[in-house]
Design a protein around this ligand. Structure first.
Ligand SMILES: NC(=O)c1ccc[n+]([C@@H]2O[C@H](COP(=O)([O-])OP(=O)(O)OC[C@H]3O[C@@H](n4cnc5c(N)ncnc54)[C@H](O)[C@@H]3O)[C@@H](O)[C@H]2O)c1
Length: 253
């Protein structure tokens, strides 16, 4: 490959789910991946494991997307040291399921802070670097909770993820002229061990018994495949779109 490899920064990339699968996939696609996560130890460990897996250095940064100064300094350091930032994947998300009538203001605020404002702030600084170099691809991880009429996700989460879709579309409209594409991916249920602690077994069973046309729960790699496409030049005429990865749950309505 001529020149330096393209650089992709993934937020919340050191967990057990989508972020780690995306970071791994983009690294295998040839990107110089920058792993970031709010959990310092996991970030260090995952970065080292990924570097070993792909046989080259992988940068890792402690980054809580609710700390706006930290977001600004990490993104500008990455753009300066690597001299480019081609792809940003906004994966950080948080939720606590409380009915609206009982929801604490803290739950509402935390969810908006991480899922929506965190996405905005990372985009805000990544766009500066992308516009300066003439292009890039931003991929925001939303959720089918943005439009699914259900009590399963919690209203704060649904509202924040719906906000991510609006943010995606407007940012796409504003930045196409700069060569920056902005898209969202809206997954259905994607398995990770942590979710087993939140949802009862029946929730998983409903996917297996027909809620998803494909009769299985999604895997983090299913989302990573879509992100890989959106990050690539093959998606060069794709912007302002939302792609569901739900095994048919969202098609079913
Ligand atoms: N898992 C699902 O079923 C599902 C479905 C739809 C959408 N999503 C969305 O996909 C994204 C990834 O979810 P996942 O369940 O695969 O988890 P994940 O494993 O990708 O993410 C968990 C990681 O997020 C990090 N994190 C939490 N708060 C953070 C913050 N403020 N700043 C930076 N990092 C932070 C944690 O340290 C942890 O390492 C989220 O945005 C989530 O809302 C998940």
């Amino acid at each position: 490959m001529a020149g330096n490899p393209r650089v992709a920064l993934v937020t919340a990339a050191a967990g057990a789910g989508i972020g780690a699968a995306v970071a791994r996939r983009l690294a295998h696609d040839g990107f110089d991946v920058v792993v970031t996560d709010a959990h310092q130890r996991r970030c260090r460990e995952f970065t080292a494991a990924l570097a070993e897996e792909v046989g080259r250095e992988v940068a890792g940064y402690h980054l809580d997307v609710t700390d706006h100064d930290q977001v600004r300094s990490v993104i500008s350091e990455v753009a300066a040291t690597k001299n480019r930032l081609d792809v940003l994947v906004n994966n950080a998300g948080w939720s606590r399921i409380e009915p609206v009538a009982e929801m604490s203001l803290e739950t509402w605020q935390r969810c908006l802070d991480v899922d929506l404002t965190g996405t905005f702030v990372c985009m805000r600084y990544a766009l500066e670097a992308m516009i300066a170099r003439g292009g890039g691809s931003i991929i925001n991880i939303s959720s089918i909770a943005a439009w699914e009429m259900s009590a399963e996700h919690g209203a704060a989460y649904s509202a924040a993820k719906a906000g991510v879709l609006a943010l995606t579309r407007v940012a796409a409209a504003e930045n196409g002229v700069h060569g920056v594409r902005v898209n969202a991916v809206a997954p259905g249920l994607i398995y990770n061990d942590f979710l087993r602690r939140i949802y009862p077994q029946e929730f998983f069973d409903s996917y297996l018994s027909g809620k998803a046309f494909l009769g299985r729960v999604g895997q983090p790699e299913d989302v990573a495949n879509m992100v890989s496409f959106l990050a690539s030049d093959e998606a060069g005429y794709v912007t302002g779109e939302v792609f569901t990865v739900s095994g048919g749950v969202s098609a079913r309505g």
